[in-house]
Design a protein around this ligand. Sequence first.
Ligand code: FEO
Length: 396
Amino acid sequence: MTTEIKPNVHWVGAIDWNVRDFHGYSTPAGTTYNSYLIKDDKIALFDTVKKEFLSDLLHNLHHLTDPEKIDYLIVNHVELDHSGSLPEIIKLIKPKKVLTSPMGLKAIEAHFHPKDWPLEVVKSGDTLNLGKKTIHFLETKMLHWPDSMFSYIPEDKLLISSDAFGEHWATSKRFDDEVDNHMLMKHAAKYYANILTIFSPQVQKLLAQVAEMKLDIDMIAPDHGIIWRKSPGKIIAAYDQWSRQESRDKAVIVYDSMWKSTEKMAKAIYSGLVDQGVETLLMNAHVNHRSDIITEILDARAVFFGSPTLNNNILPRMADILTYLKGLRPKGKLAASFGSFGWSGESVKHLNGYIEAMGLELIDAGVKIKNVPDHEGLKLCVELGRKAGAIIMARD
Ligand code: FEO
């Protein structure tokens, strides 16, 4: 099934209704692998699909053309969800050229060890004429791989944006004006939080570069999810906000508990924060996936980490979440830790170590309570919440 997104520009990708994990990122709504075909005097295919979806792509291509008539294959991104079908597709269509960025060439060589592919490197500013349409290439290094590249077609005001501006969302609809926009922005925020938070400085630079180039864009077609036809400016503005790591009066309490003592402490900190007017989420590591936790942290001003001490350390679910967060490097947030203990009580020290390693602003030495908190112990937690709440509200 194909969709014409602009005159003679077609979506020919695949819908993955079943994927639930994307290298550690939960995808309860599946995803799509978007591939695009331009039929002009020359025919160009932009990216492919995950290997196991090759037949979907071929079925779509056959619907529009004899695949052997495709002249150019543009590889905007070499991660395997877009390039997994390359060897079979190249064998089948025998393109005149396979065009990719300088780092794309290195990535193709390292992934596929090609012997006789007609590879050609394109750089920012290079163009490829297809007849009535032209492809302008723009390298977008580290968004989110070194090889990443945009393709811009000025005649259509169309930006084919690789992974940027996408979401993991399997749907029979292709365009932003056809889907629930609240859901769309939730999926887009989750995508940004889990894939791009670490590259926020590069996102800022790219947005400035695109503004300086004065690219006239009325459609953004990413490699995953929905095509921005009605409101491309909306996702650009959201990327600007997310990459500035702007926060609001919001706190997230992430914790795991052994015998509910640390959970009682989490609830007491929560009540202190709410007393101060802070929107607060309690996220138990047992029932919240790491990728949903980083999504909630994206616009939070403060984050609290709680764990009891287990074997002189923290509970493993918290270590999983903290390792993930540390890798994504959220910035500009306040943080504190808490936890109960039986005899040695190292959890707060370890949690504070993660906070410092992440570069977050530690606002308190943390609260540790032996075994089960009594009213006095819980009061300390409420006080931590109130103190943090006052700082959060003052940072507007
Ligand atoms: Fe959708 Fe970076 O691959």
